[in-house]
Write a protein that binds this ligand. Structure first.
Ligand code: IPE
Ligand code: IPE
Ligand code: MG
Length: 228
């Protein structure tokens, strides 16, 4: 029987290269990437995937030119709430992970509003990783636990102090655009995740690519340290 992963992580890479190939500014690639993101979410829904985490902006992406960073922040503030009918029609609940407190005010507010406005949706939970870094996530969880007076740090304690502890660990991480690295994505929860790398640039992704990931997932023998 074909098994559908409960949670897929997407490292959405290659927006800049996609634009460059078309002699367009990198920002055009990010806009095209947003369209792909919607198709991929619909693909997840069609396949019955219950959780998806999308890597939107890393703690390292601040190193990019100010124009590009500002454009991405603008996408968060202008496009996220604009898609509210899309989320509500399709039962999409939005969450964010990462420190959004340091985002420009309008971007932060739009994200918080979108999370609140989609709270009751239950077809799929889409976790947007924004100003997210796997190392920062672990440190933040440990610091939260320490500030509660917890003296013994265990894997369970760390997980319980994540931004959204109710989101189960990712079962497979898919990355577009050929790079074979995690780039600080889901370091803790990827302990037993499967990995799938694709050359296709993110803006070219659609519903079918989700089927491809699930097919790939079904070729893997997962043992979690035990025996098959
Ligand atoms: C991914 O595409 C989007 C973000 C990191 C925000 P890139 O912008 O990294 O695209 P490439 O890797 O330069 O092609
Ligand atoms: C990872 O892509 C971050 C996101 C997809 C948001 P990058 O393009 O930033 O990763 P590196 O720099 O190639 O490792
Ligand atoms: Mg990149």
């Amino acid at each position: 029987m074909r098994e559908v992963p409960l949670h897929i992580g997407f490292i959405m890479d290659g927006n800049g290269r996609w634009a460059k190939k078309r002699f367009m500014p990198r920002t055009a690639g990010h806009l095209a990437g947003l369209k792909a993101l919607k198709k991929v979410i619909l693909g997840c829904i069609d396949q019955g995937v219950r959780y998806a985490t999308l890597y939107c902006f890393s703690t390292e992406n601040w190193k990019r030119p100010a124009d590009e960073v500002n454009y991405l922040m603008g996408l968060f503030s202008e496009k996220i709430m604009g898609e509210l009918p899309f989320y509500n029609k399709n039962g999409i609940r939005l969450l964010t992970t990462g420190d959004i407190s340091i985002l420009p005010e309008d971007a932060r507010r739009a994200l918080q509003d979108a999370v609140r406005a989609t709270e009751g949706n239950d077809v799929i939970t889409v976790q947007l990783a924004i100003n997210y870094g796997g190392q920062a996530e672990i440190c933040q969880a440990v610091n939260r636990a320490l500030s509660e007076g917890i003296r013994e740090i265990t894997p369970e304690v760390i997980r319980a102090h994540f931004d959204n502890p109710e989101v189960p660990p990712v079962e497979i991480i898919a990355r577009s655009a050929g790079e074979k690295r995690l780039s600080n994505f889901l370091l803790f929860d990827s302990a037993y995740a499967e990995f799938a790398f694709y050359d296709k640039l993110w803006p070219d992704w659609d519903e079918n690519d989700v089927c491809g990931i699930i097919d790939e997932f079904n070729t893997r023998v997962r043992k979690f340290g035990g025996l098959a």
